[in-house]
Design a protein around this ligand. Structure first.
Ligand code: SF4
Length: 286
């Protein structure tokens, strides 16, 4: 995953990239937030139901699966994020994070203070990326074009992509606005190709295979430089591990400072060095 991020152009000088389990504070905040998160909030998260219906062959009847959005909230709140770049399907998770932050602040923040900012979802103009079967693109659904797919694989996958169901025959006109291939064009193709797609699809002047070929051209053009960049790290994995180690250390510092505030707010900051709580104040005149 890190190689994909670096390949896509994330710059370790600007982005802290780390291994979540190397920052144990995430697990601690998850635990504490789970104590104040009502069950109904989690059962209502749309992806919970959707994934239970769509993912077969895995036992999803666990607390871990239901409580996963609380861990995501901890992941966000521990860095006091103002914005979270997400896809459309994750907006509900950010909304849940806002509610958990509000509840925590209400319980523990005091009257005027707050511990956690309420983060906003940051969407791009293309907030939903369809997979080859028309559902959202997801590795778990087996409908994804991977950033590492070589050109022939990309072309083959996109060739089998579902289209506007109204276009049964080559002579039937279609509508790119309700076709998943049309959605990909909007994300990856330039204006000129878009004009050809709209004109050709609506007039049945082009075939779907031709149209999918154009979208494959655009996707391959984007993936090629990424795969080139990725090679540098594939050939020298130590570079990637160094980025993760440095990132994890930096993340631990930031997360640790937040957890100090959280424990203090919740009254969990007692210990041998905290004389104010456990022992009566010493009178220096005696
Ligand atoms: S021509 Fe393109 S946009 Fe139109 S239905 Fe076929 S694949 Fe979809």
């Amino acid at each position: 995953m890190l190689l994909d991020w670096l390949a896509a152009g994330l710059d370790p000088a600007k982005c802290v990239m780390f291994i979540q389990s190397h920052v144990p504070a995430h697990a601690e905040l998850h635990l504490l937030l789970s104590m104040i998160t009502p069950l109904g909030w989690l059962e209502r998260v749309p992806t919970y139901k959707e994934q239970k219906e769509n993912i077969k062959g895995k036992d999803l009847d666990t607390y871990g699966f239901l409580g996963y959005p609380v861990l995501q909230s901890a992941d966000i709140l521990i860095y006091k994020a103002d914005c979270v770049p997400v896809g459309e399907d994750q907006v509900a998770h950010v909304e849940l994070t806002r509610e958990i932050a509000r509840r925590f602040n209400g319980f523990y923040g005091g009257k005027r203070e707050y511990i956690f900012p309420e983060p906003a979802a940051l969407l791009t103009p293309a907030p939903r990326l369809p997979g080859t079967d028309g559902r959202k693109m997801s590795k778990s659904y087996g409908n994804a074009v991977m950033l590492t797919d070589p050109e022939p694989v990309v072309r083959q996958k996109l060739k089998t992509m579902v289209t506007d169901p109204a276009r049964v025959r080559r002579t039937d006109p279609g509508n790119p606005d309700i076709c998943p291939v049309g959605d990909l064009h909007k994300i990856f193709s330039g204006k000129e190709t878009m004009a050809k797609v709209y004109e050709g699809c609506r007039s049945a002047g082009i075939g779907c295979i031709e149209c999918k070929g154009w979208v494959a051209d655009a996707v391959v053009k984007i993936l090629e430089p990424m795969q080139e960049r990725r090679k540098k790290y594939e050939d020298n994995p130590r570079l990637a591990w160094d980025i993760l180690e440095a990132g994890s250390a930096r993340a631990r510092d930031i997360a640790g400072a937040t957890m100090d505030e959280v424990r203090k707010a919740m009254g969990l900051d007692y210990g041998p060095n905290d004389s104010s709580k456990d022992e009566p104040a010493k009178d220096s005149t005696k």
